[in-house]
Write a protein that binds this ligand. Structure first.
Ligand code: AMP
Ligand code: GLY
Length: 423
């Protein structure tokens, strides 16, 4: 197979890396890819926003499988365009991608499917929203309906914070049209986990569970980021919990999508809150998590390309995915200031030394190379230093040993990735 990966981040590097080692895959392309991804794939300079350009590229190269990394092109209909051109593509169409691109759509579907989730209301009137927040009590959660780059969720401790968040979205239009409707919902407590499944619209295949760390600082303090680290497996998702999520979350959701006439192929990612042995869905995503994907790819045995192809051909029931018994962990190294403003172009040392360690892969999320071949920072999240080991302790020791070999001025790393799984 010839495979094309759409995207340029750490998740897409991990996917391209996995394809490059896949016995079913002869050639890996990435669009646009990155200097880091160029080590495992041929990068083609077509951006993720250029959907017709990407379809043209896939056609021209004759790819057998396109794997779409990020949510934005999915929400914008890249899969519909590829399908219309007879191109094999892994991911949901724009109607299915609403599970991520509209919180109101997603909550409505969860209720219809009978999947446990926080009580909520969808609102566009500020006074009604403020009244409902008071009815729920505090803390409560205010969410912009549309895609807001992970910044559209505000946990409100009291009336003042709720009123401000509601005002900011509905009146100030802080997120533009994405915040013209909001969801106000009940605050859930418990332990979070990331649960991903592949689906062909009929059958679903649960992947190993993982956990990410959204806050910027140790101890889960500070503002939320795209994810500062991840690990797999997640001890909170044991066999019984996997079964519960499969039967009460994933399968009813796939069934509800089908009843609505939505032909959903791709990754269904449920963000879970688990308390006292019960899982509720916080949100759906319609693609692999980043950085959860980096941790998963390090543990996945067998062919990702074959599994993705089986989804497209609706033959997922014939497919199995195996996982090594190892634990894997991804530690993100970020630029100083992230998730706020950060400098770019800072020279990075030690990537090659870290990569050379046994059981370690350094996935590039935001790097560039200058004419002399030196690595420079080029994003907020810069590297996902990923390691596997026989258990969490071993995987963490390796990952942090690798992190210790990499340096640049102002690099920021959380030191407590995986702490919940150590106890
Ligand atoms: P979301 O984008 O909906 O996953 O929200 C981002 C983060 O906000 C989640 O990972 C949770 O940490 C937190 N969050 C979202 N909804 C809730 C909720 N109902 N209760 C508690 N925390 C929440
Ligand atoms: N790491 C969370 C996400 O990919 O949405």
């Amino acid at each position: 197979m010839k495979v094309l990966v759409v995207g340029s981040g750490g998740r897409e590097h991990a996917l391209a890396w996995k394809f490059a080692r896949d016995p079913e895959v002869q050639e890996v392309f990435a669009a646009p890819g990155s200097a880091g991804i160029a080590r495992v794939a041929r990068c083609m300079s077509v951006g993720v926003g250029d959907i017709s350009g990407l379809a043209g590229l896939a056609d021209e190269i004759g790819v057998d499988l396109t794997m779409v990394g990020p949510e934005a092109p999915l929400a914008d209909g890249i899969v519909d365009e590829f399908r219309a051109n007879g191109l094999a593509v892994f991911g949901p169409g724009a109607n299915g991608a609403q599970l991520e691109s509209s919180k109101a759509f997603s909550k409505d579907l969860l209720v219809e499917a009978g999947v446990p989730t926080a009580d909520y209301r969808e609102l566009s009137d500020p006074a009604e929203a403020q009244a409902y927040a008071r009815e729920l009590g505090f803390p409560c959660v205010v969410k912009a309906d549309g895609l807001a780059a992970g910044k559209g969720v505000v946990i409100c401790a009291d009336e003042d914070e709720a009123d401000a968040a509601i005002d900011d979205m509905l009146v100030g239009r802080r997120f533009g049209e994405a915040g013209a409707r909001i969801v106000v919902e009940e605050f859930l407590v418990g332990e979070e986990a990331s649960f991903m499944a592949l689906t062909d619209g009929e059958t679903s295949l649960c992947l190993a569970a993982s956990q990410d760390h959204k806050a910027i600082f140790d101890g889960d303090r500070g503002p939320n980021t795209g994810g500062m680290g991840a690990y797999s497996p997640a001890p909170v998702v044991d066999e019984a919990m996997t079964e519960q999520v499969r039967t009460r979350v994933i399968e009813p959701t796939v069934e509800a999508l089908r009843r609505r006439g939505i032909d959903y192929c791709g990754v269904l990612y449920a963000g879970l809150m688990i308390q006292k042995g019960e899982a509720k869905v916080l949100e759906y995503n319609v693609r692999f998590g980043d950085p959860e994907c980096q941790a998963l790819m390090m543990r996945m045995d067998g062919s990702l390309a074959a599994a993705a192809k089986a989804c497209i051909e609706r033959k997922l029931h014939k497919t199995k995915v195996a996982w090594t018994a190892d634990t894997s962990v991804c530690v993100v190294m970020a630029s100083e200031g992230y998730p706020g403003d950060y400098p770019k172009g800072v020279p990075i040392n030690g990537i090659e030394e870290a990569d050379a360690l046994d059981g370690v892969e350094v996935f590039h999320a935001g790097t560039a190379r200058d004419e002399q071949g030196r690595w420079l920072t080029a994003g907020g999240r810069v590297l996902g230093v990923t390691a596997r080991g026989k258990d969490m302790r071993a995987a963490l020791d390796r990952a942090y040993e690798a992190v210790g070999k990499i340096s640049w001025k102002g690099a920021h790393v959380r030191r407590d990735i995986g702490h919940r799984a150590l106890g």
